[in-house]
Design a protein around this ligand. Sequence first.
Ligand SMILES: [Fe+2]
Ligand SMILES: [Fe+2]
Length: 142
Amino acid sequence: MPEYIVWRDEFSVRFDEIDKQHWQIIGIINEMYQCVKGNGTEDKFVEALGDLKTYTETHFAYEEGIMRLAEFPAIEEHEKLHHAMAEKTAGLFKLKLGNKSQIKEKALDFLKEWWVGHIRAKDVEYIPFVEALSAKIKNGGG
Ligand SMILES: [Fe+2]
Ligand SMILES: [Fe+2]
């Protein structure tokens, strides 16, 4: 079975640690998909959802820290998007997921669309600022 979300080069924000975190999150969503498609137990699905919540929060905090350091001007708007998504992800626990695979599939479609869309439309906006920060650090400037 092909991966639900296939990592593509254009997902890269040209910052290794953030790429790694995005890659991990996509991996968890793929794992959840595998569970829905019958290759995992309900316990495994809920465990993956727990991982997703934790990784999402950790990633947002890290990314916001980098954006702040890079003096990315649209940080406030970006943080609002993160905040709303963190709440939605936490809210997925409240769904009575049970064996209702239709609800799970809908939730997964939402996760897929949000993450791919956010990385490609929003995270890419900070690339020039983060690259400038990296260059400054490399050159030993303050
Ligand atoms: Fe982001
Ligand atoms: Fe991100």
